[in-house]
Design a protein around this ligand. Structure first.
Ligand SMILES: Cc1cc2nc3c(=O)[nH]c(=O)nc-3n(C[C@H](O)[C@H](O)[C@H](O)COP(=O)(O)OP(=O)(O)OC[C@H]3O[C@@H](n4cnc5c(N)ncnc54)[C@H](O)[C@@H]3O)c2cc1C
Length: 492
C-alpha cells in the first residue's frame, strides 16, 4: 500500500512552510507540494546579472526580539539563521511641496509632524491621541489572546467587548481616511497620515496599528534578500525529515464522505494523507480543487465569490549603475506625483539595507504601484504582444515618475524586469494576483476560519487573517499545525 502522510500541505508560502515546520518538529510525516520551483510564494527573490530582486515584499514587521515572527523562528530554533536589519527610517513621503521623513519613536514622529505642519498641531495631536488609545487596547487584547486579531470579529459581538476595549469597538469599522480628513485640510499631512497603511479605506483601527509599526521602525530586511527567510524555513523543514516537491501542482483534494483523504496532482498522481492543509488561494482551493461538493455550505461558497480581494500591484525591478548612497534617498519612499495615472508610487531600495544584493557600487530599485483596472482584461487573453506592450508602457510610466525622485535613474538602468498582477498570479496562483488575501477595506476585513467546512482540511496563510502579510502567514501557519495536531493527530 502506498504511503499515507500525516499531513499534505498545498503550497510553500510562509503559511505552508511554517505549518510544515511545526508538524515535522513534532514527528508528523509531512509533505509540502509546491507548483513553483522554489519555496516562499510571495516571499521569494530572483536574480538577474548579479542583482538580487525581492519579488514582492519590501519589509517585514515583527522580526525584533519581541516580535511574533522572531518568537516563531525561535520556537523552531532557526532565529539565528536569518540576520534581520532594522529599516530606519521606515517611511519617507515625497510630494511636489516637500519631502517628509518620519523619525523613529512615537514622540519624535509626533513632534516632527507638529513642527513641520505647525498650523495643524491640534489635528495631529487628536489623531495620535485616538491612535495611541487604539494601539494600547490592541496590545492589551494581544496579551489576553495572542490570536485575537483572528477572533476579533467574534469578540466584537460579545456584549462585554465594547466595555473592555471601547476604542477598538468604536474604530473597528471606521475608515481611517475619514478620520484623517476630519482632522486636517492640509493635503500633504493627509497623505502622510494615511499612507502608513498603504491600502485604501482601511479602518482607523488598522491605520493606528500601522502607525505603531512606522514610528517604532518595526520593519525589517533579512540580509541576503527575502528568499533567505523562505529558504531557512524550507531547509529546516527538510532537516526535520519533512518532504517538499517542487514544480508539482495540486489539482484536486480527494475526499471520501466529505472528509479530506489526500490530493491528486495535475499529472493525476494520487498521494494519500490523513489531513490536508491548503496554503493555496482560497477561491482556487474551494472552486478548483473540489468538484463543488464535499459538503461545503453554499453560504461559504457565496462568500468566497463575493468577498473582495486585496489589491494587486504592478512592479518594476531595476538594477542601476549609480551610487544612490550619495543621493538623498531612503530605503522606502512614497511619491505622490502632481498628476497622472498613479496617485502614488512606492520606491524601495533594498541595497540601502544590504549592499550585497547588487554588484559593487550598484543598486537595486523596485518601483511599485497599485494595479489599476487596465490589468483585468489581460487575464485569460491570448495576445502576448499586446500584453507586452501594455506592460512596457506601464513600466515606462513608473520609471518616469521614479526618475523625478531619483534624478538620473533612467539613464543608469542596467537591468529591468517587470511584474503585473498576471505575473503575481502565475507565481503564486493567488486570484487576480491579490497581494494579501482579502480586502482590508474597513467595511470588509473578511477572513476564513482555519478549520474549513471539509473535515480534515485546514487552511493556512493570508486568506485566514486580516490584514494579510508576512506576520499573518507565520501565525496562521503555526495555528494550522496546532489544529492538525490537536484535532486529528492526538486521536490516532
Ligand atoms: C507585491 C506584493 C507586495 C507585498 N509586500 C508586503 C510587505 O512589504 N510586507 C508584508 O508583510 N507583506 C507583503 N505582501 C503580502 C505577503 O507577501 C503575503 O500576504 C504573504 O506572503 C502570503 O503568504 P501565504 O503563506 O498566505 O502564501 P503565498 O505567498 O500566497 O503562497 C502560496 C503558495 O502556494 C503555492 N500554490 C498555490 N496553489 C498551488 C497548487 N494548486 N499546487 C501547489 N502549490 C500551489 C504557490 O505557488 C505559493 O508558493 C506583499 C504581497 C505582494 C504580492
Amino acid at each position: 500500500m502506498s504511503k499515507i502522510y500525516d499531513t499534505i500541505i498545498i503550497g510553500s508560502g510562509i503559511g505552508g512552510l511554517t505549518a510544515g515546520n511545526f508538524l515535522a518538529k513534532d514527528g508528523c510525516s509531512t509533505l509540502i507540494i509546491e507548483q513553483h520551483t522554489r519555496p516562499g510564494g510571495c516571499l521569494s527573490s530572483f536574480e538577474r546579472k548579479g542583482f538580487n530582486f525581492d519579488a514582492a515584499v519590501h519589509w517585514i514587521s515583527q522580526c525584533g526580539e519581541d516580535g511574533v515572527i522572531y518568537k516563531i523562528l525561535q520556537e523552531l530554533g532557526i532565529e539565528k539563521k536569518i540576520e534581520f536589519v532594522q529599516i530606519n527610517p521606515l517611511m519617507e513621503v515625497i510630494t511636489s511641496n516637500g519631502r517628509y521623513t518620519i523619525p523613529k519613536g512615537r514622540q519624535e514622529a509626533i513632534a516632527y509632524l507638529k513642527d513641520t505642519f505647525s498650523k495643524e498641531a491640534g489635528g495631529i495631536e487628536r489623531f495620535f491621541d485616538i491612535q495611541g488609545r487604539i494601539t494600547n487596547e490592541m496590545y492589551r487584547l494581544f496579551k489576553t489572546d495572542p490570536d485575537s486579531m483572528n477572533t476579533l470579529a467574534r469578540f466584537f459581538f460579545n456584549a462585554a467587548f465594547p466595555l473592555r476595549f471601547p476604542n477598538i469597538a468604536r474604530y473597528y469599522r471606521k475608515k481611517g481616511a475619514d478620520i484623517v480628513d476630519s482632522l486636517t485640510n492640509e493635503e500633504d499631512l493627509r497623505r502622510i497620515l494615511k499612507i502608513a497603511a498603504i491600502f485604501p479605506n482601511v479602518s482607523m483601527m488598522m491605520l493606528s496599528w500601522f502607525w505603531n509599526v512606522i514610528y517604532n521602525a518595526d520593519g525589517y530586511y533579512p540580509k541576503g534578500g527575502m528568499q533567505k527567510v523562505s529558504d531557512a524555513l524550507s531547509e529546516n523543514f527538510k532537516r526535520l525529515n519533512g518532504e517538499i516537491m517542487y514544480g508539482k501542482r495540486v489539482a484536486k483534494v480527494i475526499t471520501e464522505k466529505n472528509q479530506a483523504k489526500g490530493v491528486m496532482l495535475s499529472d493525476n498522481t494520487i498521494i494519500n494523507a490523513k489531513t490536508v492543509i491548503s496554503n493555496a488561494d482560497a477561491r482556487q482551493t474551494f472552486f478548483g480543487m473540489f468538484n463543488g461538493d464535499a459538503g461545503v455550505p453554499q453560504k461559504y461558497l457565496d462568500n468566497l465569490k463575493t468577498w473582495r480581494l486585496s489589491e494587486s500591484f504592478f512592479y518594476v525591478y531595476l538594477g542601476v549603475d549609480m551610487d544612490l548612497r550619495k543621493l538623498s534617498v531612503n530605503p522606502i519612499m512614497w511619491y505622490f506625483p502632481e498628476k497622472g495615472r498613479h496617485d502614488f508610487i512606492g520606491i524601495g531600495i533594498p541595497t540601502l539595507s544590504d549592499k550585497g544584493l547588487a554588484p559593487e557600487g550598484k543598486h537595486v530599485v523596485i518601483i511599485g504601484a497599485f494595479a489599476d483596472d487596465s490589468a483585468r482584461p489581460w487575464f485569460g487573453k491570448e495576445d502576448r504582444e499586446g500584453y507586452k506592450k501594455w506592460k512596457d508602457t506601464t513600466a515606462d510610466s513608473l520609471i518616469n515618475l521614479a526618475d523625478e525622485v531619483i534624478h538620473g535613474l533612467k539613464k543608469n538602468i542596467v537591468v529591468k524586469e517587470t511584474a503585473s498582477p498576471l505575473t503575481f498570479h502565475r507565481y503564486t496562483l493567488n486570484s487576480m494576483g491579490a497581494s494579501s488575501g482579502w480586502s482590508m477595506d474597513a467595511n470588509e476585513q473578511n477572513k476564513l476560519q482555519q478549520r474549513s467546512p471539509v473535515k480534515n482540511l485546514f487552511l493556512a496563510g493570508h486568506w485566514t487573517f486580516n490584514p494579510g502579510g508576512i506576520p499573518s502567514a507565520f501565525m496562521t501557519g503555526r495555528k494550522a499545525a496546532e489544529l492538525v495536531k490537536r484535532e486529528i493527530i492526538k486521536k490516532w
